[in-house]
Write a protein that binds this ligand. Structure first.
Ligand SMILES: [Fe+2]
Ligand SMILES: [Fe+2]
Length: 144
């Protein structure tokens, strides 16, 4: 796989990270429960680190990382805009859906990309997303 193809896949991952950042920012602002808020803010900080690492790796490979402006999707904005009307459990479910999309993308790209340094980073990100999904599923279960 050429560096150009790797950059294309990493930009897809970066797109998902920008989406996650938008959604977590909206949910941290909308949720008043203190413990939940702290947990989500912690996840948001990890997603911001993921985005920064992906952008750096794309640059190292000679590519151009997509900016959040270019890559912010209509769905990300819509979710952020409607968050203040949603209940915490609904927001957590949206977060979990986003984590599952990121997890699936990282798994697929780990299986496809043959550049060792890139794959090591993607594996670290995948482990983080799996931990986020577990924590979110626990929070959702506790609110049923
Ligand atoms: Fe992430
Ligand atoms: Fe995550």
């Amino acid at each position: 796989m050429s560096p150009v193809d790797v950059v294309e896949l990493l930009n897809q991952d970066l797109h998902l990270e920008w989406n996650a950042i938008l959604i977590y920012q909206a949910h941290v602002a909308a949720i008043s429960d203190e413990a939940l808020n702290r947990g989500l803010a912690g996840i948001l900080a990890v997603e911001e680190r993921h985005a920064a690492e992906l952008a750096q790796r794309i640059r190292d490979l000679g590519g151009e990382p997509q900016s959040m402006d270019q890559f912010t999707t209509a769905s990300g904005r819509a979710i952020a805009a409607t968050s203040r009307f949603a209940r915490a459990a609904q927001m957590l479910q949206l977060d979990l859906d986003e984590e599952e999309r990121a997890t699936a993308a990282y798994r697929a790209h780990i299986a496809t990309i043959n550049d060792e340094e890139t794959v090591a980073m993607l594996r670290r990100h995948l482990r983080d997303e799996e931990a986020h999904a577990r924590w979110l599923a626990e929070q959702i279960a506790a609110r049923r």
